[in-house]
Design a protein around this ligand. Structure first.
Ligand SMILES: [Zn+2]
Length: 69
């Protein structure tokens, strides 16, 4: 069994210029040399937050109905 640790991907760091960028998480890149970090994941959109709140509200409403019945 081979344990693969952080392997340099050859991506150049925009901060220090070293080719020591590793994929820290599927969306997060980290430089081993200068601790530069780049998160490629997009922040949640306001629409999504509103939708989630609407779903939570509906779930709460449904739960309330279940308790009443
Ligand atoms: Zn760097």
């Amino acid at each position: 069994m081979t344990v693969s640790t952080l392997t340099p991907s050859g991506v150049q760091c925009p901060k220090c210029g070293a080719h020591s960028i590793v994929e820290y998480k599927p969306t997060v890149y980290h430089c081993l040399k200068c601790d530069f970090e780049k998160d490629l994941s997009m922040p949640p959109k306001p629409e999504d937050t509103g939708l989630a709140q609407a779903i939570m509200g509906l779930a709460g409403f449904g739960l309330g109905l279940l308790i009443l019945l």
